[in-house]
Design a protein around this ligand. Structure first.
Ligand SMILES: Cc1cc2nc3c(=O)[nH]c(=O)nc-3n(C[C@H](O)[C@H](O)[C@H](O)COP(=O)(O)O)c2cc1C
Length: 171
């Protein structure tokens, strides 16, 4: 399968997860492409923290794969900014060809990754809303923590949910 992994990462945690997913999909024999989403202007975490209270998205640099139609699966990653990160929100507005595509979404967060945790539900809800608006179908989601040891990428829990995510994307 031809799989696109598109992500934004400010402090490299989501990037690390994107790279782990890329390796795992390649190990399973798939063809991978990476879209690194970059804001036109990067800010400090504090500034982003303030900005995202007033705006929902931000300008991004030119996208390599503006039309994702030729991909069999699209995995999109974002840090948890209580909502979906602003560069990813804009990315989802700019891309074309997502209609009826199977989409996987992944996050890293400073807090617990449980979906029932309201703070994490909000980023999921805002992410899901934007994917659905473009006609994409979310077939898998993956939340991991960048600071809680037993929910990090390399933890037993992390390895288990990464495998589950890749299995669901492959289906
Ligand atoms: C603007 C901003 C808002 C954030 N909001 C949350 C939050 O609501 N809950 C949380 O657990 N972590 C929050 N974080 C922490 C990030 O989600 C976490 O550090 C993540 O792993 C960063 O990913 P990255 O290294 O790919 O940028 C926030 C970080 C930033 C910069």
């Amino acid at each position: 399968m031809k799989i696109l992994i598109a992500y934004y990462s400010k402090t490299k945690n989501t990037e690390e997860l994107a790279e782990v997913l890329k390796k795992e999909f390649e190990r399973r024999g798939h063809n991978l492409e990476i879209e690194k989403i970059e804001p036109l202007k990067e800010h400090s975490s504090f500034i982003w923290f303030l900005i995202r209270c007033f705006i929902w998205e931000t300008d991004i640099q030119t996208i390599k794969f503006e039309n994702v139609f030729s991909f069999d699966r699209i995995c999109i990653g974002s840090p948890n900014w209580t909502i979906v990160s602003l560069p990813v929100a804009r990315y989802l507005k700019e891309i074309n060809g997502l209609e009826d595509k199977k989409v996987g979404i992944f996050y890293t967060s400073a807090g617990f990754p449980q979906e029932v945790y309201l703070e994490l539900y909000l980023p999921y809800a805002t992410f899901r809303y934007r994917v659905r608006k473009k006609g994409g179908k979310i077939v898998s989601k993956l939340f991991l923590s960048s600071s809680i040891p037993f929910c990090k990428i390399e933890s037993k829990y992390g390895q288990k949910v990464i495998k589950k995510f890749c299995d669901e994307i492959e289906r």
